[in-house]
Design a protein around this ligand. Structure first.
Ligand code: TXA
Ligand code: MG
Length: 334
């Protein structure tokens, strides 16, 4: 793939609108079939015109992602979402009413307008309406849905800042819109609809408890982490999101022992607490799930860059709003 110059467009999300100079420039690049990374409230996405097979193929090329892993289409309105679906179930509408714009992706039967490349040959399409003002302004300016995976090289940790995007994709994409750090920090919750029930394919910060207020949620635990054969979503393969250093999750007691040890080339990632402060090879994240999720990928990227032999993670709680965090961490282990 030929090297290109990646433009970095700084943009303040408070001032953004579809007529903003940076947004207009990004929209033109996209309409010409180019690739533009942009912030969403979850992680940065790598956008291309969803209805252009050529543009979409470039996403796979830039990421080094296998063509068997389908992409999420990002929309500006429910009408745009419906235009991508062969069928828009009532349950999809209720979920959209409740959680859009926001960090929820809904899998529905796919319209023939959606290219095979986007869906990797599946009969369904994943759709999400992001809440981030920059993402919304961009999709509105383009006037068409954008296919966008997380803006990282295949198997790397998702990016939560423009600098993370450049680490993996500089020279491979036309532009990144720099809207600062992502508020949520973990990829969206991905759900399929099974009749009147919701099936969680990838947990996220829209949790099962919240989804259950809309419809019955099929038991998720059975599928998490250990069950590698049943793979309802291609992206649920176990080693999907991980740093290059081997990652190991240990319980608090063992972690505390390592924390007190010296001289080893281990990167430590733990929960904030008494006597614990960040150091060269150690990072501590807030002990509340929202703060932890927001800081997680940045901390992992930091430790990975330190060139440690191993990253040891203190197991966080697994319950409630921690579910999605635990799921991602458990997938990083070997
Ligand atoms: O928060 C997010 O969802 C971010 C931002 C950029 O929107 N996007 C993201 O995309 O995480 P990506 O491509 O890294 O992950 C999308 C996941 C993959 O695991 C993929 O296999 C799954 O969604 N997926 C896409 N289409 C699907 C479909 N029709 N059925 C089941 N899974 C699907
Ligand atoms: Mg990804």
């Amino acid at each position: 793939m030929s090297e290109r110059t990646t433009i970095v467009g700084e943009i303040n999300q408070v001032e953004v609108d579809p007529g903003h100079e940076m947004i207009e420039q990004a929209a033109r690049l996209l309409l010409d079939g180019g690739l533009v990374a942009f912030p969403t409230e979850t992680v940065y996405g790598l956008g291309a015109l969803a209805l252009s097979p050529r543009a979409v193929r470039r996403i796979f090329e830039a990421k080094g992602r296998p063509a068997t892993n389908p992409l999420i289409c990002h929309v500006w309105s429910v009408d745009q979402a419906r235009s991508l679906a062969a069928e828009w179930p009532e349950l999809a509408q209720r979920l959209a009413d409740e959680f859009w714009p926001g960090p929820l992706t809904i899998v529905v039967p796919r319209s023939s307008r959606v290219p095979d490349e986007v869906c990797a040959g599946l009969e369904t399409v994943a759709i999400r309406m992001p809440a981030h003002p920059v993402a919304r302004a961009l999709i509105e300016a383009v006037g068409e849905p954008l296919a966008a995976p997380s803006a990282n090289r295949y198997t790397e940790v998702s990016p939560t800042s423009a600098a993370h995007v450049l680490d993996g994709l500089e020279g491979r994409i036309e532009m990144v819109l720099d809207g600062g750090g992502c508020q949520v920090g973990l990829e969206s919750t991905l759900v399929a609809l099974v009749g009147d029930e919701i099936e969680i394919l990838r947990p996220g910060m829209v949790g099962a408890e919240q989804l259950a207020e809309v419809a019955r949620v099929r038991d998720f635990k059975a599928q998490v982490v250990d069950d590698l054969k049943a793979r309802p979503s291609p992206g649920l393969s176990r080693r999907h999101y991980s740093p290059t250093a081997p990652v190991r999750m240990v319980e608090g007691g063992e972690f505390e022992g390592l924390r007190r040890g010296v001289g080893t080339k281990i990167g430590l990632l733990g929960l904030c607490g008494a006597g614990r402060s960040d150091g060269a090879d150690r990072r501590f994240l807030p002990a509340d799930p929202d703060g932890y999720a927001r800081g997680l990928y940045g901390a992992l990227r930091y430790l990975d860059r330190r060139g440690v032999d191993e990253i040891v993670i203190e197991a966080p709680p697994r319950e409630g709003r921690w579910t999605a965090i635990y799921d991602r961490l458990a997938r990083m282990g070997r």
